[in-house]
Design a protein around this ligand. Structure first.
Ligand SMILES: Cc1ncc(COP(=O)(O)O)c(C=O)c1O
Length: 376
């Protein structure tokens, strides 16, 4: 038995939750990537200590946090990075937008589809040309279409990559990443590798490997994004970081965000350091709980006619194809049944939906019952 109580149902509607307050009270929200679990106790203790200080002025990132990050990235992903390579961010979506400004106006910005919606919005918002690279089926999996990538990835372009992949939950293998890196080196454009879900690998035997670690030769081309926000459920604290080994590229991103992004929240630094330094047991228990939740979803979806879905290797997001249900707007239909899912249309895949299973088992069971009834 875990000493952490992931079964505990915590009321969130009275806390102005983006996730919960989007819907009327009869709907269980299983959409945005935000978990219904309390953060690790060490995080809350660190915040309480910082709040007690009473002064909340602008603050640099402490060296001790950089050390915690270096240890985390080395121990978890086998990548030895340096403190100088880090750029602290109050959120990673603004950095994705800023990265679009590193290529010329109108230049191609490539993104796999389906994909986390800001990848589709950022190029458009920044006046660049979105080029979609649909994932294709290979060996029963969603895989990158490297032929198409090779044809479109030029020195003028930017590729927005996501691994582990939101929404499919793919954890790309070392072999797949090596092939991608080879093509990327030849193509010569820039890459943003968003690896925010790196600590949420659920499949035993799989390990997250950063693209930049697999191919150090890509250093001049690659910006890797990480954040503890998904792993430790602290997205509202607003802290992420870019790892950019190449000094010139780092300066370009820093120039692109200067004056646009504020300093990181003064409280977030302590919370993140505590999470990385003291959150390991909590994290291990979380992964077990999420794995069980994932398997429960697999069992239920497997029984539903017209629903096609593959268990995610990573993330706490379940991507499902509902086109075979014969229901015209399945997400709206499920909302009427009392379950709020993310609509695949926003990810570039109408007729699909994404279910967030990072919630107490009682909530998940109730939602699954409603889904089953809705498709019965
Ligand atoms: C792949 C991916 N990148 C970036 C983000 C944004 O995270 P944050 O708000 O912590 O910067 C999310 C959030 O869901 C995500 O799934």
């Amino acid at each position: 038995m875990s000493e952490y109580d992931f079964d505990r149902v915590i009321e969130r509607r009275d806390a102005g939750s983006v996730k919960w307050n989007r819907y009327p009270s009869g709907v269980l929200p299983l959409w945005v990537a935000d978990m219904d679990f309390a953060a690790p106790p060490a995080v809350t203790r660190a915040l309480q200590r910082r709040v007690a200080h009473g002064i909340y002025g602008y603050r640099f990132a402490p060296d001790s946090l950089a050390e915690a990050v270096l240890d985390h990235v080395r121990d978890r992903y086998g990548w030895a990075i340096e403190a100088d390579w880090l750029v602290w961010l109050p959120g990673t979506v603004p950095a994705i937008h800023a990265a679009c400004r590193l290529v010329e106006p109108g230049a191609p910005v490539l993104s796999t589809t389906p994909i986390y919606p800001p990848f589709l919005d950022a190029p458009r918002n920044m006046g660049r040309a979105l080029v979609k690279l649909p994932l294709i089926r290979g060996g029963g999996q969603d895989v990158l279409d490297l032929d198409r990538f090779e044809k479109t990835f030029t020195p003028q372009s930017l590729f927005l990559f996501c691994n582990p992949h939101n929404p499919t939950g793919r954890v790309f293998s070392e072999a797949e990443l090596t092939d991608l890196a080879e093509c990327a080196l030849v193509g010569g454009g820039l890459i943003v590798s968003d690896e925010l879900h790196a600590d949420l690998v659920l499949e035993p035997g799989l390990r997250h490997r950063p693209l930049a670690a697999i191919a150090p030769e890509l250093a001049k081309q690659i910006i890797t994004l990480f954040a503890p926000s998904k792993t430790f459920n602290i997205a509202g604290l607003g802290l992420g970081y870019a790892v950019i080994p190449d000094a010139a590229l780092r300066r370009r991103l820093e120039a692109a965000i200067a004056g646009i992004l504020p300093y990181v929240n003064v409280l977030a630094y302590d919370a993140v350091e505590a999470a990385y330094r003291e959150g390991r047991d909590w994290h291990a228990a979380l992964i077990e709980y999420l794995r069980d939740n994932r398997d429960r979803v697999t069992d239920v979806l497997g029984e539903l006619p017209g629903v096609k879905a593959k268990p995610p290797e990573g993330t706490y997001l379940y991507w499902m194809n509902l086109r075979g249900t014969g229901i015209e707007n399945p997400v709206q239909h499920l909302e009427q049944q009392g379950v709020g899912l993310s609509d695949g249309a926003a990810f570039g895949a109408p007729g699909f939906a994404r279910l967030n299973f990072a919630c107490p088992r009682a909530t998940l069971n109730e939602a699954l019952q409603r889904i089953a009834a809705g498709f019965a």
